[in-house]
Design a binder for this molecule. Structure first.
Ligand code: HEM
Length: 556
């Protein structure tokens, strides 16, 4: 059959051929543009990644959260600056962090492809425009400032005491199953963020299974993130369906919908008391929504229930799994490397003679070994394992490769990202990166010697010279950086310091029993493999077959 035969065989044949031609020419032009004409065509990287999104899709969706690892491998092949998809550049040099995420007011927008994954378009974390984000963030900041967190420490402490009581009760029953620590710690962080922000506690800590379903649904939500990012239509379709149908289509999202609805419901309740004498009176302390609804910074359009619910949703999601994973890893690593637990307990017992006395965070943060443990725990926990992408709309960034002295210009408007996981596992910065070594954060010598040394150095050195420890801290970019730095950092730090101090002040390991201990904690069939990230679902995920970080408690 000739082309002429085909064209004359159907009245639509001409149309089909014309459309095919247009699509082919368009695809060819797109390919040529991406490979040779794009403003970032000069940046090294695999041609396939520059040509098509399917490259990233393959690693993240088909192989499951693997692109972060692939990016690190690509850096080894192509150098510190690479192109990782048709539009985005990735930088693997930790020194570039302060340039990409500056603390000054240089504009840093976000990229829609990055923000899509959170499924809460009107929240601060998803706000692409720099100035718009600044306004939204300014309204949130006072509620999560260091001062507010310290003032609301009793809210955190009440939940820590409940957590401790639950663990003690658990340990009284020798026949009970080992505990996957992610559940009690997630119950704790979930209760805290809800009580702290919305004066509402779900009391997951009091539930027999520590509210496992809630933690599982939050984990499922993170799994959907990459799908939403790559196949955005999914969330649109699910949202367009009536909820009764959407929970059937995606039953794993049931918990997520409940979270959204609860938040919307609470906002409506608070809005209803506005301008009445019930405003603030029906809760134990002002809530985030009281703060936002009465904000003088935000215009009315920013105070809609829909927008505030997006803000609330991110705060609950962001405030739960990140910190609970860090606490879970702290439990494992301290028990897995007994010398670290022994040194920590020496310090806690010496500095906190009465284990029932209040432990103000500001004081705990002065304990050198506890500080080192928290930093090392954060480094292992990674926080957000995915790359953080920014767009500089009005400046040309330049990156100079320190090995070759070659400078690459990054035109305005190009999405650029860095990955904290790469930095904190870099053996040149953190030797034996997968080992738990709090001592890397301590200066050599005793604390007193070090203080003396620091003092002498201060006298001798130019003020801008940084010590090795300060340099390492600069690379501990777990909370992000610049104007978009984690909102909940002071709260997360308070939770980590208080829980680790309170727990290990009174619980010992089998070979480390002290006077006044309430019991013994043992690792149960858990190895370092269970504590390692093997997939990046924006938060780090351990191996699928892992049964979690499991321990047993034996109360005295
Ligand atoms: C160890 C615990 C935590 C880690 C490692 C962590 C990490 C991060 C990181 C890396 C970002 C920046 C994301 C970006 O650049 O797009 C971020 C943002 C954020 N975090 Fe956290 N986070 C933690 C705990 C918390 C807690 C307890 C809260 C509760 C309030 C929270 C709420 C948020 C919010 C609302 C944002 C968005 C801020 C904005 O865009 O202005 N996080 N977090």
């Amino acid at each position: 059959m000739t082309v002429a035969d085909i064209l004359s065989s159907s009245p639509y044949a001409h149309l089909v051929v014309a459309i095919s031609l247009i699509v082919t020419v368009y695809a060819l032009y797109g390919a040529v543009w991406r490979l040779y004409l794009s403003p970032i065509s000069h940046v090294p990287g695999p041609k396939l990644a520059a040509l098509t999104w399917w490259y990233e899709f393959y690693y993240d969706i088909i192989l499951g959260g693997q692109y972060t690892f692939k990016i690190i491998e690509l850096h080894r092949t192509y150098g510190p600056i690479i192109r990782i998809n048709p539009y985005e550049i990735h930088i693997g040099d930790p020194e570039f962090h302060s340039e990409l995420y500056p603390t000054s007011n240089r504009r840093r927008d976000k990229w829609r492809f990055y923000t899509k994954q959170f499924g809460a378009d009107e929240s601060s974390i998803c706000t692409t425009d720099h100035e718009h984000h600044k306004a939204r963030r300014a309204a949130l900041n006072p509620f999560f400032s260091l001062q507010t967190v310290r003032a609301l420490q009793p809210v955190v402490e009440e939940r820590v005491d409940t957590l401790m009581a639950r663990l003690h009760e658990y340990g009284k029953n020798p026949g009970t199953q080992p505990l996957d620590m992610m559940y009690p710690f997630s119950a704790f962080t979930y209760d805290v963020i809800n009580e702290y922000s919305f004066a509402r506690s779900y009391h997951l800590l009091e539930k027999p299974d520590f509210g496992k379903e809630v933690t599982d649904s939050l984990l499922t939500g993170t799994f959907y993130g990459k799908w939403i990012q790559h196949v955005g239509i999914i969330i649109k379709l699910i949202n367009a369906l009536p909820e009764t149908i959407s929970v059937r289509v995606a039953p794993a999202l049931r918990g997520f919908f409940k979270l959204k609805n609860d938040i919307l419901h609470q906002i409506a309740e608070i809005q209803a008391t506005s301008n009445t004498d019930k405003w603030e009176l029906d809760v134990s302390h002002p809530t985030l929504f009281h703060e936002l609804l009465s904000s003088k910074i935000l215009p009315p359009a920013e105070k809609t229930a829909q927008r505030l619910s997006h803000e609330g949703q991110i705060i609950v999601q962001g405030g739960t799994l990140t910190t609970s994973w860090a606490l879970t890893l702290a439990t494992f690593h301290l028990l897995d490397r007994p010398i670290t637990l022994r040194l920590l307990r020496d310090e806690l017992i010496a500095k906190i003679p009465d284990s029932n006395a209040p432990m103000p965070v500001a004081e705990l943060q002065q304990f050198p070994y506890l500080n080192a443990v928290v930093k090392e725990v954060l480094r292992h926990a990674i926080g957000t394992s995915g790359r953080l992408t920014r767009v500089c709309p009005d400046e040309t960034l330049t990156y100079t490769n320190p090995d070759t002295d070659i400078t690459t210009a990054i035109p305005p408007g190009v999405p650029v990202s860095m990955t904290t996981y790469k930095t904190i596992t870099d053996p040149d910065l953190f030797p034996h990166p997968h080992e738990f070594r709090p001592e890397r954060w301590l200066a050599p010598g005793t604390q007193e010697e070090q203080e003396q040394e620091d003092h002498e150095q201060e006298q001798e050195q130019e003020p801008e010279q940084e010590s090795e420890q300060q340099r390492l801290e600069r690379f501990l970019t777990i909370f992000g950086g610049g104007s978009r730095i984690c909102l909940g950092m002071p709260l997360a730090m308070a939770e980590l310091f208080i829980v680790i101090a309170k727990m290990w002040r009174v619980w010992g390991a089998p070979d480390d029993q002290r006077k006044g201990d309430v019991g013994v904690v043992r690792v149960y069939e858990t190895t370092t493999r269970d504590a390692m990230m093997v997939a990046d679902w924006f938060v780090p995920m351990p191996a699928r077959e892992s049964e979690g970080i499991r321990v047993t408690f034996e109360s005295k």
